[in-house]
Design a protein around this ligand. Structure first.
Ligand SMILES: Cc1ncc(COP(=O)(O)O)c(C=O)c1O
Length: 381
């Protein structure tokens, strides 16, 4: 492929020679995180949403490099389990820079949150309030509401979120139990392609604040994650810039009224900050189609395909004018381990390298060791 073309230049922050040298040094599969891209994404979020506190969603990619880099530039963190709290804490992040943003928490996680002082957390039901009352009554509580998920790939209001109409009651319940209701949170689904999901949810937040006023003082608004991977409008309508133009005026009103507004972005921070280098380790023609077997598959970094319903672009290093439909498969013995069908590729040989951009989020994080294949090694450049 033409290395000067925009696809490569936009997606891959290094040259072909550097790819080959990385592979010589580390072998494949190699998950390469660009520190520059990570910082650029974080700063773009800060620029587009001024005054909004960023709690990076660790679940998107919990690699310690990433946590440390984001910690250094002032990020806070969304953690969902005992293990994520421990991990983030082990990187030197103080507890006040974490939110326990899982509405169904294990007691072990709650006890640990209390022990080290992670004070902010979400809930969406009465049973959780009872658990919190038992284990961590001093915690600051944000009620999470259901949102529309129109145009979101993963609907995060299927399994989580109270009906907005129930939220005032849940906040009052917390107060009556002697707990500390402090705010409202939502997540519009991930990634979200429809900015109206945020606007609707913010409207609901205002209505809930109005309904409980006089009884409960709401101080925190948590707008969750769901932001698209592209940063700038020139990259398409669904960009962080376009979303910020629609959402930001409302957020600025909340800030002006003295609310603390926080967000839990994951994908937009890390998604485009990493690429994968994988190698062709096998080749066979089956029913007239060429199958290329890669050293990474859906039990590895491509776990983003089944779990996150993700699709990827495949950029082979080999150049050719001819392109033929092919199947890309992973290395395990499972027939399910197919990465892509009907991909147009130049004829490839064993040992050829394929670069896969925009694979930073919900990929390496959910990779397994199935069949003994280790997760891709991670390097930060
Ligand atoms: C509670 C919560 N916050 C934040 C996120 C991050 O969302 P995204 O990666 O779309 O920004 C998720 C994703 O699942 C989530 O469940």
């Amino acid at each position: 492929m033409d290395r000067t073309n925009q696809v490569w230049e936009r997606a891959i922050p290094v040259s072909e020679e550097e790819i080959i040298s990385l592979v010589k040094q580390f072998d494949t599969p190699l998950f390469v995180v660009s520190e520059e891209k990570l910082l650029q994404n974080y700063r773009a979020f800060q620029e587009f949403f001024p005054g909004i506190e960023i709690f990076y969603a660790v679940k998107a990619n919990p690699h310690p490099f990433i946590i440390r880099t984001l910690k250094e530039i002032g990020s806070s963190f969304d953690v969902a389990s005992f293990q994520e709290i421990e991990l983030v804490s082990s990187q030197g992040v103080p507890p006040e820079r974490m939110i326990f943003a899982n509405t169904i928490k294990r007691k072990k996680g709650l006890r640990y949150a209390r022990q080290i002082g992670v004070n902010l957390m979400t809930y969406d039901n009465e049973e959780e309030l009872k658990k919190i009352a038992m284990v961590y009554p001093e915690a600051q509580l944000l009620v999470r509401i259901k949102t529309p998920s129109n145009g979101s790939r993963a609907n995060l209001s299927y399994k989580f979120g109270a009906e907005p109409d129930m939220a005032p009651e849940l906040l009052l319940q917390a107060k009556n139990m002697g707990l500390k209701p402090a705010g409202i949170s939502f997540h519009v689904g991930s990634p979200c392609s429809n900015v109206n999901n945020y606007l609707y949810s913010l409207q609901k937040v205002s209505e809930i604040i109005e309904k409980v006023s006089g009884e409960i003082s709401i101080s925190v608004i948590d707008i969750g994650g769901g932001f698209p991977l592209s940063l700038y409008e020139e990259e398409g309508d669904e960009s962080l810039e376009a979303f910020s133009k629609a959402i930001n005026p409302h957020l600025q009103e909340f800030l002006k009224d003295g609310y603390r507004v926080i967000a839990e972005p994951g994908r937009v921070i890390v998604g485009s900050a990493a690429f994968l280098i994988t190698k062709v380790i096998g080749k066979a023609v089956r029913s007239g189609i060429t199958w290329y077997y890669l050293d990474d598959g859906i039990y590895g970094t491509f776990s983003a395909i089944p779990f996150d319903k993700a699709t990827f672009r495949f950029l082979p290093l080999r150049e050719s004018k001819e392109e033929l439909p092919a199947v890309l498969a992973g290395p395990t013995c499972d027939s399910l381990d197919v990465v892509a069908e009907n991909v147009l590729l130049p004829p490839l040989e064993l040992e050829d390298l394929i670069v896969v951009p925009d694979i930073g989020a919900y990929s390496w994080a959910s990779a397994t060791n199935f069949n003994g294949f280790e997760r891709a090694q991670v390097v930060m450049i």
